[in-house]
Every structure is written in structure tokens, then in C-alpha cells.
Design a protein around this ligand. Structure first.
Ligand code: CP3
Length: 360
């Protein structure tokens, strides 16, 4: 064999042929792709240095900062995808809703949506206000070369929880009460949020993002019946906003994720996902059974495992990789975002181990 043949697997010539996109479509891969939700963020000292003195929502609208922060984890960890540095509330902020992201808390809404009139007063998102986003994505795609960029948006339900609760919440009781008490206004609210999420996603895809993830982080608080009837149609509308599969330039893989969604996995797939994101509660072989052979899986190492000893990390990574083999395709990820206290060196070693275990 020649030296070239002995070298690492041939890198993908283009993002569209990357292992991330191939696994998402259920095609054979060179090795299992791996990236981490919240890979750009406080676990990285270079992120903390760059963010010092700039508010989160300002940073998200500065193409230079977005580009640099998005690239940091790709350079450091050698992950198989970048995810745009932004936030799920950004489309609302750009539309003019008064929101702040408080460090250690999350998004806080100055005037929460509490009445039917509040729903109808929400400002629409004008696509031409997203020029900064298109600029950042185009720059990133150039810098990333063969590494795919994942664009993302918040799903209508999860955004509605922030708007109605006024900030982060555990039970989402006000949200559910509004959903039951005002079904027509609820439908209009989620319709509007679906339109702005679709606008946010199409801007990213048109500027060159190679895949998209719709975060419905808090959908797991709903019963399957309520999710199916009152939420799923609106999430499907976001994906439909990208156009049908096989239609044109926006035909990129769609990842759909929520926390605590074990009872919803089939429905989350039905909303229009190529890849269903799974948290750590359901093992991937069981998740594969639930979503069926038409969809790939993403997940699902418990982020807390990364705070444990190396032997535990090693054992759990091997288990996730082995159980992921039951899926049509597997994108290795955590079951939720990287915790701020995570040692970045551990993240890099997880990338290396997943690649080593799955190289063909
Ligand atoms: O690396 C990435 O994953 C890309 C960047 C990203 C951020 N937010 C950056 C961020 C993504 C994909 C999000 C999505 C997001 N934002 C979600 C869905 C994902 C999930 O975690 O379920 C949600 C629910 C939000 C709302 C939100 N924004 C929360 C709960 C927080 C954390 C608050 C805190 O300080 O603990 C934010 C702020 C936020 N978004 C940070 C980052 C890097 C921290 C801000 C900081 O550095 O001070």
C-alpha cells in the first residue's frame, strides 16, 4: 500500500458529501460524525475571552463575532459540523420584541404574552432585517470548506413558552393554560412563530448552511395527544417552509430535537425530520425502534457524564456508539447542551474516540 492509502480516511470534498449529511440521509459514512449542542459557549476559554464586554444578543448580530465564535469549537475539537452561534430568541429580537438574555438565567421577556391581544400585537419578522445573518453564514461557509454548517431555529412551542412565561420555567403551566383556554389564539401564536422560524432557517440555508436543526427543547412537557394536536402541525409548517424534499436548493437534512421527548419520538419524526434528536433517557436502540427505519438518530450521551472520570466517559461513549448502530444513521451528540463546567479537553477526547471506534 502507498503512504496515501495508509493515511486517514479521505476527507469529504464538500459539505454536501460530509459524514454529517450522509448519516442524516442514512447513507454509508467514513466514520460516525460528531458535534455537540452548545459546543460554542462557556466551556471554551477562548469564547469567554471573546464575549467579555459584549452582551449575548449583540454578539449574535455581529457577523465577525458570530463567525469567530462558531469556528472556535471546530478548530479546537475537530468536530464534524459547526453550528451557527446564535440563539432561538433572535428572530423575536430582530422583529422588535423586548428580550434580554441574562447570564446564568436565559431569555427574559419585558412584556410577556398573556392575552389574545398580546398575540395579535406581536411584530412580524421582516426578512431584510436578517442581512447580518446571511453575511455571517456566507463567511462561515467559506471558512469552513468541507465542514458543514448547521443552521437552526427554535420551534414554535419552545418559543411560545418563553413569550408566555416571560422567561425560563420548569412546569410551563402558564403556557399550557393558555394553550387550553385560548385554542384559537394559541394556533395564531404558533403560526406566527412558525413563519418567523421558517424565515430564519431559509435565510441560513440560502446563504449556504448544509443542514438545519429545529430545537423544540421543552416539548417533552406535553402529552403525546396534546403535542400531536396542538404543536406538531406548527413544527411541520416550519419544515414545510423550506420546501418539499427533493425540491431545489433548500433540500438539506432536517434535525429535530427536544428534551424528555421519549414518548414523542415517533411524532417528532412525523413532523418532518430526517434525524430525530434523542436525550439520554431513551437508549438509541430503543429510540431507533420508536422512530422506525426511515429516520436517522442524533444523540445521546448525558452531558453530566463528561464531568465524571475518564473511564466512565470512555465506557458511556462506547455504549452510545454501539446502541447507535441500531439506527438508520447516527450523528453522535450529547443528549442536551454542553454544561459550562465541562473540561474542553474531555470534549476533544470524545470526538477522537468516536472517530476511532467507527472508522471504516
Ligand atoms: O453551540 C451551539 O449550540 C450554538 C449556539 C446556541 C446558543 N443557544 C448559544 C447560547 C444554540 C443552538 C442556542 C439555542 C437555544 N437557546 C436553545 C435551544 C437549545 C437548548 O439548549 O435546548 C434554548 C432553549 C435557548 C435559550 C437560552 N439562551 C438559554 C436557556 C440560555 C442559557 C442561559 C445561561 O446563561 O445559562 C441562553 C443563552 C445562550 N445561548 C448562551 C449561549 C452560548 C450563553 C450566553 C453566555 O455566554 O452568557
Amino acid at each position: 500500500m502507498t503512504a496515501v492509502a495508509d493515511a486517514a480516511p479521505t476527507p469529504a470534498p464538500s459539505p454536501a458529501d460530509s459524514d454529517l449529511v450522509r448519516a442524516a440521509r442514512g447513507l454509508p459514512v467514513r466514520r460516525t460524525p460528531v458535534w455537540f449542542m452548545r459546543q460554542a459557549g462557556r466551556s471554551l476559554p477562548e469564547y469567554r475571552a471573546l464575549r467579555a464586554g459584549t452582551r449575548m444578543l449583540e454578539a449574535c448580530q455581529d457577523p465577525d463575532l458570530v463567525t469567530e465564535i462558531t469556528l472556535q469549537p471546530v478548530r479546537r475539537h475537530g468536530v464534524d459540523a459547526a453550528i451557527l452561534f446564535s440563539d432561538i430568541v433572535l428572530p423575536l429580537v430582530v422583529a422588535g420584541v423586548d428580550i434580554d438574555i441574562k447570564p446564568g438565567v436565559g431569555p427574559v421577556i419585558a412584556a410577556p404574552v398573556r392575552s389574545v391581544a398580546d398575540v395579535d400585537a406581536l411584530p412580524p419578522l421582516e426578512p431584510d432585517r436578517l442581512a447580518f445573518l446571511a453575511t455571517a453564514v456566507r463567511r462561515l461557509v467559506t471558512e469552513l470548506g468541507a465542514t458543514p454548517l448547521i443552521g437552526f431555529a427554535g420551534a414554535p412551542f419552545t418559543l411560545a413558552t418563553y413569550l408566555i412565561e416571560g422567561g425560563p420555567s420548569k412546569e410551563h403551566a402558564r403556557t399550557k393554560a393558555f394553550m387550553y383556554a385560548e385554542p384559537a389564539a394559541w394556533g395564531r401564536l404558533l403560526d406566527r412563530l412558525a413563519v418567523s422560524a421558517a424565515t430564519f432557517l431559509t435565510t441560513q440555508v440560502d446563504a449556504g448552511a448544509s443542514a438545519v436543526q429545529l430545537f423544540d427543547s421543552w416539548a417533552g412537557v406535553l402529552s403525546a395527544a396534546d403535542y400531536a394536536e396542538r404543536v406538531l402541525p406548527h413544527s411541520r409548517a416550519v419544515f414545510d417552509g423550506l420546501g418539499g424534499h427533493g425540491q431545489g436548493d433548500r433540500d438539506v437534512p432536517r434535525i429535530h430535537f427536544g428534551v424528555g421527548t421519549g414518548e414523542l419520538l415517533t411524532l417528532i419524526g412525523d413532523a418532518g425530520a430526517d434525524v430525530v434528536g434523542v436525550d439520554w433517557r431513551v437508549p438509541l436502540d430503543e429510540a431507533a425502534r420508536r422512530v422506525g427505519p426511515q429516520r436517522s438518530l442524533q444523540g445521546n450521551l448525558d452531558p453530566a457524564v463528561l464531568l465524571a472520570d475518564r473511564a466512565t466517559v470512555d465506557r458511556e461513549v462506547r455504549r452510545v456508539v454501539a446502541q447507535g448502530r441500531a439506527a438508520r444513521g447516527h450523528v453522535f451528540n450529547l443528549g442536551h447542551g454542553v454544561l459550562p463546567d465541562t473540561d474542553p479537553g474531555v470534549l476533544t477526547s470524545v470526538v477522537d474516540l468516536v472517530h476511532e471506534l467507527t472508522a471504516t
